[in-house]
Structures are given as C-alpha cells and as structure tokens.
Design a protein around this ligand. Structure first.
Ligand code: XMP
Length: 324
C-alpha cells in the first residue's frame, strides 16, 4: 500500500524534525496502537524512546511476560521500562463494586504511577521532553462523546500534561488521524509481531470490568485461568481472527454442583464471544456447541473455584460487549 508507505516516511521526518535529540516517554499498553507508536518512534529516534509498561494488576494471564518479551527480546527496545504496580492498584480497588468507580480509580492510579516513573526517568535522562500516546481517530471521537475511551484519554484531554516539579511534557500523537485498520497495516509494515497486531481489543480498565463486584487477587487469578482457556480453545478452533472479542467474565454468584462424590458450591463464569466490525453493535457468536462444550468442560475441570459456565446470548444493543 503506497499511501501507508508514504505516510510512514512523512511521519518519521516530522517526528525527527520536532523531537531532535530530545527523549520521549510513552505509555505502552501492549495493544496495537501504543505498540505501533513505539515502533514508529524507534524508527525515527532510535533508543531515545522510553516505552513504559505498567502492570495494573488487572492484566490477563501471562500478559506481563508476553509484552516484556515482545519489546525487550524481539523488538529490542533498550529503554523499555516495566513497572509492577499490581499491589498499589489492587489496594486502591479494594471493596469497590461500582463499575464507573473502578474505571476512575484505575485511571487516577495509572497517572500516579506514570508520573512517578516519568520523574524517576527524568533524573537519569534530563532530556525527556515529550509524552507520546497511541491515540487514534476514533478515540478522539469517543472522548468527545464522553464514552469510556482508553485510560490514557484522561491524560489525552490535557494538552500539556503537568507533572510534579513542573516537569512539563509536550504531547505527541502520531496516529491521531488514523483508523484502526490503517494502524494495523502500519504495524505490519513496521514489523510488529503478527500475534500482537491481531490481538482482540482489551479495555483499559482490564479485568476489573470483567470481575463483577468487588475485586480480589484470588478472583482475578480464577478469571485469568478461565479466560486463558477461552482464548486457547478459540485459537485452536481457528476462530480467533474471525471473532471480535472472546473472553471470560467472573460472576460473584455461587451455585451447587457435583464433582465425583462431592457437592461443590462455587462461582459462575460467563463466556462473552461476539462478532462485530466496530464495537458499536455486536452479535453473540453462534459457535458450534462442541466448541462451547470443550471450553466449559475445561474451565470446570481445570479452574479451581468455578463449577458452572454460562454463555451470554445478548446482542449489542441493548447489551454492551463488556459486563460493566
Ligand atoms: P462496550 O462494553 O461499551 O464496549 O460495548 C465497546 C468496546 O470498547 C471496549 N471498552 C473499553 N475500552 N476502556 C477501554 O479502553 C473502557 O473503559 C472500555 N469499556 C469498554 C470493549 O472492550 C469493546 O471493545
């Protein structure tokens, strides 16, 4: 695609002209958008880009290892920074049941951790002057409409993020006029791992909005195990790329079951598997019963704490894709 090729060259020149020898920090989520920004910046200014990846405690199974491996080992970012803030986030989320409250707390907490990290980095690299973000065109439209948007939209709404000690960062949003399919193409041309490019969307507040009611590490671990089985089986059936999103939801409802000679009284897991083209509308996927059966048996047999699996057959609208 000649247009995108030209776009890359132009974008690299613009970035080089604007940034020069200065350094850039970037909030990296491990999703396509921020990853493409990271690679684009690396092409433009080499290791003067500092991607910061925060473990907010509500990531999926093996996600930390996966993202660290991509950026450190495969893409060789020398200034990649991993921040483990799981304890802080879970502490801040303790006892919170309200979905919007959860989102707010995660947003605030993220900015706090990010600022702290940025300040520490600035001590070593006084040349940091920019904050880059993976904002794409639909994000800007969504923010205006007051939708959830990305976590970073809380930063995005400021033109100049003011950090403590007057560390002022200029915002750089190189993808701000692009659509998702264009960003994916870019990712492909820039050499992003195919697995990363094709990843299903994952909300900024992560598993917090898929673990209904109050959140604990135990519930999250249970959900992570169930979710990993869903993804594994969907991939095994060759359906991952055709499906918009597929995930498990932890429902804080207990029901009775029987395992061998024992009566069980455990939690419920809902499967949410939808087809969509833009997330504005979505239909539940009419999967083969045998695939659903395989997912259900594996979850009940392998995941401690869950003894019943239900399939969500609601379309959007009127239901939403996420449960919270
Ligand atoms: P809903 O649940 O509104 O989701 O049908 C539509 C799409 O947006 C994602 N989503 C979010 N993404 N922060 C995000 O970054 C959020 O708070 C959020 N809520 C929902 C959801 O996964 C789906 O792709």
């Amino acid at each position: 695609n000649w247009k995108i090729d030209d776009w890359i060259e132009g974008a690299i020149k613009d970035i080089q002209k604007e940034v020069g020898e200065k350094q850039i920090i970037l909030g990296l989520s491990g999703g396509v958008d921020s990853s493409v920004v990271a690679l684009l910046l690396k092409k433009a200014i080499g290791n003067n880009v500092h991607p910061i990846f925060v473990n907010n405690g509500v990531l999926r199974k093996n996600e930390v290892e996966q993202v660290c491996d991509w950026f450190q080992n495969q893409l060789k970012f020398e200034n990649f920074h991993y921040v483990d803030a799981e304890t802080e986030f879970l502490e801040a989320l303790k006892g919170i049941e309200d979905p919007e409250e959860k989102r707010k707390i995660i947003g605030h907490q993220f900015i706090k951790v990010f600022e702290k990290t940025a300040l520490k980095l600035e001590e070593i690299h006084p040349n940091i002057e920019y904050l880059a973000q993976g904002t794409i065109y639909p994000d800007r439209v969504e923010s205006q409409a007051g939708q959830g948007g990305k976590i970073s939209s809380k930063i995005k709404s400021h033109h100049n993020l003011t950090l403590p000690d007057d560390m002022k960062l200029k915002i750089l949003e190189p993808l701000k006029d692009l659509y998702k399919d264009e960003v994916r193409k870019l990712g492909f041309l820039l050499g992003l791992p195919q697995e990363l490019i094709g990843r299903h969307p994952f909300p900024g507040p992560g598993l917090a909005v898929r673990c209904i009611g109050d959140i604990t590490k135990e519930k999250l671990d249970t959900l992570r195990d169930a979710d990993a089985i869903v993804i594994e089986e969907i991939k095994k059936a060759g359906l991952y790329d055709q499906i918009w999103q597929a995930f498990a939801v932890f429902l804080p409802v207990k029901s009775v079951g029987v395992m061998g000679d024992y009566r069980t009284y455990e939690y419920l897991c809902a499967l949410r598997i939808v087809e969509s083209i833009d997330a504005m509308t979505a239909n539940f996927a009419k999967l083969d019963w045998s695939i659903l059966e395989q997912i259900s048996s594996r979850i009940i047999n392998e995941v401690i704490g869950i003894n019943r699996v239900v399939y969500d057959i609601s379309n959007k609208p009127p239901a939403t894709i996420e449960f919270e």
